[in-house]
Design a protein around this ligand. Structure first.
Ligand code: NAD
Length: 287
């Protein structure tokens, strides 16, 4: 617990509901203490009904910013003054920065994923990624990857609401970036095999592999994973999903979701404090 909190400290919020289970306050405050910067981070139970007042409160009290999670990521965009291109494209914001009363919306999930790859010395710029799943995580990753210069992205999703939404996002990305984005039905196993065969990175951005679907994988035939493929999973609990286990056996390099989670937090800290967070410090603590 920090004992030096004085009148100069600035507050950063987290607006979501439910939120009491979140590990973000612990992670963020641990980093602020280690960095010795005058910020505190607190979680607030904010549902969609309370969101407009919460944003007014943020402005009135002069919070430095806020993280935003479900169910507010889409809704919050209309209350902000500026949106980054990633938020414009994805329609989802997970980070607000308050710069002298001007509120800017960012999405750091995709930034976290791309930074995780970079930190692992994986170069995907000008190359191809196949993504399984186009919910919040898959969409954020696809958008940031396209903006960063990935050449081709193929997204597989089951035919649910997310499918229709990602088709619209893909259209925008194809119109506004150099990236070629395609959306294909996850049920098309032949296409899935073909797309993976020509990809540098495969990314699972579904919950298949964690509770209640722990022990399951959307890829069931290991021969779909070639040894040059880098296989990533957004899931971090368990640390090694069935997909990553299969990929390791095929000789693929693998990365779980811890890096994405930590680096998206680091991107938020950079936005709010202007400083690089010592991510290795919390990584050690989180095991
Ligand atoms: P979401 O609910 O927004 O999207 C879920 C996606 O999974 C959709 O594309 C849906 O069509 C697909 N899906 C769901 N059940 C499926 C099934 N049985 N078969 C095939 N596809 C299925 O969720 P989200 O927020 O995008 O999260 C997805 C995963 O990413 C979760 O495991 C979550 O824990 C993880 N995640 C990790 C981080 C991180 O920082 N590492 C960040 C966000 C999400």
């Amino acid at each position: 617990m920090r004992s030096n909190i004085d009148g100069n400290f600035l507050l950063i919020g987290l607006m979501a509901y439910p939120i009491r289970h979140s590990l973000s306050p612990q992670m963020q405050n641990t980093l602020y203490a280690k960095m010795n910067v005058p910020y505190v981070y607190l979680a607030f139970e904010v549902n969609q009904e309370k969101l407009p007042d919460a944003i007014k409160g943020l402005r009135a009290l002069g919070l430095r910013g806020s993280a935003v999670s479900m169910p507010n990521k889409q809704l919050v965009c209309q209350y902000l003054d500026k949106l980054t291109p990633a938020v414009e494209m994805s329609g989802a914001c997970n980070t607000i920065s308050n710069d002298n009363g001007v509120l800017t919306g960012y999405n750091t999930d995709g930034m976290g994923y791309m930074r995780m790859l970079k930190e692992a010395n994986i170069d995907v710029i000008g190359k191809k990624i196949t993504i399984l799943g186009a919910g919040g995580a898959g969409t954020a990753i696809a958008v940031q990857a396209a903006l960063d210069g990935v050449k081709e992205i193929t997204i597989f999703n089951q035919k649910d609401d997310c499918y229709t939404k990602i088709e619209a996002v893909a259209k925008k990305l194809n119109q506004n970036t150099q990236c070629h984005v395609r959306v294909i039905d996850l049920a098309d196993n032949k296409q899935l095999r073909q797309e993976i065969a020509t990809s540098t990175v495969l990314c699972n951005a579904t919950g298949v592999g964690m509770k209640p679907l722990e022990g399951q994988s959307l890829i069931t035939d290991p021969t779909m994973l070639h040894s040059d493929l880098i296989v990533t999973d957004c899931i971090y609990c368990p640390r090694k999903t069935k997909l990553l286990e299969m990929a390791e056996q095929q000789g693929c390099k693998t990365l779980n979701g811890i890096g994405m989670m930590l680096w998206q937090g680091a991107a938020q800290i950079k936005i709010w404090t202007g400083e690089e967070a010592p991510i290795e410090y919390v990584k050690e603590k989180m095991g």
